[in-house]
Design a protein around this ligand. Structure first.
Ligand code: COA
Length: 253
């Protein structure tokens, strides 16, 4: 079974994150498949809208932690950065349907979607600092912008999770529905029936003001993230997760 399922119908590409036994955590191959799907959607005039979804119990637990431990120093050409650039600059509408935990990139990718629907079981978190890391996906820019600085500090410095209601209050989520009804398809079909050139131009105009800044922030975060991945704090956090214990940062800088 593939970890990213792709399905095209009615002008809509659906990318389903499908690694439920590992809580839909992302491996490099999964980022590459997501980036490929978005590139295909960009190039194919028959695809007008993309839906990104997980399982009814979990959207994504973020990056695979074992992969973090083994990863050689990342470059801007790593699959994760290819995916992030593809989603941030994608010209057509993207809808996300989120149920259950959305951790790390499971939350930050949502800042690059146009519409976000959440189950009432959705729980968002960006625990980068708790893992000895720093934000990615331009979240250090987009989270304070959307939530205001102090709520962003709670989410990014304390790494505190927040539920669907709070996400809707700050504008990250459009609507909350029961988990079994979280399905971007109804809205995707509505968008797919609209004139594509108008959708693309409207999205371009809404995003153009800070597209260059978003991509620059993403690149700078990427360099810092790659450096921090090699530091002792991150190694302790990942090892602790895999050993199912609390991390001990008292002896690391
Ligand atoms: N990377 C690798 N494996 C992961 C994972 C991740 N990010 N998240 C979960 N898993 C694995 C667990 O190791 C476990 O594997 P096992 O059955 O072989 O022991 C399995 O998925 C189930 O996870 P578990 O923690 O038991 O599920 P849960 O329902 O109790 O909790 C989460 C779900 C998502 C809240 C929890 O798994 C979690 O916090 N994951 C880590 C999130 C994270 O820090 N991601 C990195 C962000 S940058």
């Amino acid at each position: 079974m593939q970890d990213i399922l792709t399905h095209i119908a009615d002008g809509v590409l659906t990318l389903t994150i499908n690694r439920v036994d590992k809580k839909n955590s992302f491996t490099p191959a999964m980022y590459a498949a997501m980036a490929h799907g978005l590139e295909q959607a960009k190039a194919d005039p028959a695809i007008r809208v993309t839906v990104i979804q997980g399982d009814v119990t979990v959207f994504s637990a973020g990056n695979d932690i074992g992969d973090f431990l083994q990863r050689k120093p990342s470059t801007q050409e790593s699959p994760v950065f290819q995916f992030l650039r593809a989603i941030a600059s994608h010209p057509k509408p993207i809808i996300a349907a989120v149920c259950g935990p959305a951790v790390g990139i499971g939350t930050t990718l949502l800042f690059h979607c146009d519409l976000v629907y959440a189950g009432d079981n959705a729980a968002f978190s960006m625990p980068f600092v708790n893992l000895g890391l720093c934000p990615e996906a331009a979240s250090s820019l987009l989270v304070p912008q959307m939530m205001g600085y102090h709520r962003a500090a709670e989410a990014l410095l304390l790494g505190e999770p927040f539920m669907a209601e709070a996400a809707m209050e700050v504008g990250l989520v459009n609507r909350i529905v029961p988990p079994t009804e979280v399905n971007g398809m109804a809205q995707a079909r509505k968008l797919a029936a609209k004139p594509l050139a108008s959708l693309v131009e409207t999205k371009r105009l809404m995003k153009k003001g800070q597209m260059a800044q978003v991509l620059a922030q993403m690149a700078e975060e990427g360099d810092s993230f790659a450096r921090l991945l090699q530091e002792p704090a991150a190694k302790e956090a990942f090892t602790a997760f895999l050993e199912k214990r609390k991390p001990d940062f008292s002896k690391v800088p």
